[in-house]
Design a protein around this ligand. Structure first.
Ligand SMILES: NCc1[nH]cc(CCC(=O)O)c1CC(=O)O
Length: 311
């Protein structure tokens, strides 16, 4: 296999994103010991704008500038959190996913400086999160807690928490692992307590579709089970056509016997209505499983819930 001499890797410039790039560089160094890599950090709209994401382009706010650098030939390989890559539309024309790295933890964690668990938090505790998915689920299970809008990269959110801008936070375990801050976790929430977002804990490598040499060179970093899970989850979201204010959650899993299943939910913003579906792939390929679970939720009225939410 011919391997490029130099691979220029583009990503957001947050500490989490740069840690993700270091993982990719380390895995590449094992697979292709001779290869040189260079990092091209870019600031995205989502990093610069700390207001409501639906006021900027919403979806794609964390990926647009990264995609542009790739397409302009300023870099060769983009590293993305799958969670941040819009699934309601195809990938930008001219680009493909070359690999999905082995999945990290899908769960969310509670970060409470006093070390309390979610059930122990007193009424009125301010939870810093702007995620409609987290807000809806908390409203359903812990209505006595109050969510306050909270944006910025994970390090920035921890600083704002320390400054007293909220009493506790919800953050992804995978993200805290990447920035080396699992020490702040007071409770890891089960997926039943807090259903994860589509693509949680998965990093994707994206290339220009004509760059076959690089696609071949990096495809060996992909994990086949993660690929099946990511494909089912993203097709689910594609068929459902949510928007950035629609609380949607779900995750696929390949179990020990190799069976793929996908569970997913759609909520109203107040969490009072929750539609659920859970199906096993059986003979279906991952994308068809994603479609089937989306159709199951549409039959229960998901379209009306999603379209009824202002965005
Ligand atoms: N929206 C930012 C973002 N994108 C991906 C992750 C977590 C890591 C992952 O799931 O890959 C986070 C931080 C968070 O939600 O706490």
């Amino acid at each position: 296999m011919s391997v490029p001499e130099l691979i220029r890797i583009v990503s957001r410039d947050s500490p989490m994103a740069l840690a993700q790039v270091e993982r990719v560089r380390a895995e590449l160094a094992v697979l292709h010991p001779g290869v040189r890599t260079e990092v091209v950090p870019v600031k995205t709209t989502g990093d610069k704008w700390l207001g409501d994401l639906s006021q900027v382009e919403g979806k794609g706010a964390f990926t647009k500038e990264v995609d542009a650098a790739l397409l302009a030939g300023e870099a060769d390989l983009a590293v993305h959190c799958v969670k941040d890559v819009p699934a309601d539309r195809p990938l930008p024309a001219g680009t493909v996913f070359a690999a999905f790295l082995k999945r990290d933890d899908v769960r969310d964690a509670l970060v409470h400086p006093g070390g309390l668990t979610l059930d122990e938090l007193p009424a009125g505790t301010r939870i810093g999160t702007s995620s409609v998915r987290r807000v809806a689920q908390l409203a359903a299970t812990h209505p006595q807690l109050e969510c306050v809008p909270f944006r910025g990269n994970a390090n920035r959110r921890l600083e704002k928490l320390a400054a007293g801008e909220a009493d506790a936070l919800l953050l992804a375990v995978a993200g805290l692992e990447r920035i080396g801050r699992t020490d702040v976790i007071s409770e890891v929430l089960s997926p039943e307590t807090m259903m994860p977002p589509i693509g949680a804990g998965i990093l994707a490598l994206q290339c220009r579709e004509d760059d076959t040499e690089l696609i071949d060179a990096v495809s060996g970093l992909g994990d086949p089970d993660t690929h099946r899970e990511a494909t089912a989850e993203r097709m689910f979201l594609h068929v459902l056509q949510g928007h950035c204010n629609s609380p949607i959650a779900g995750y696929a899993r390949v179990d020990l016997s190799g069976e793929l299943s996908l569970r997913a939910c759609v909520f109203t913003p107040d969490g009072k209505t929750r539609l659920n579906a859970h199906e096993w792939a059986g003979r279906l390929d991952p994308a068809t499983l994603g479609t089937s679970v989306a159709v199951a939720l549409l039959r229960q009225g998901a379209r009306e819930i999603i379209d009824g939410i202002p965005h």
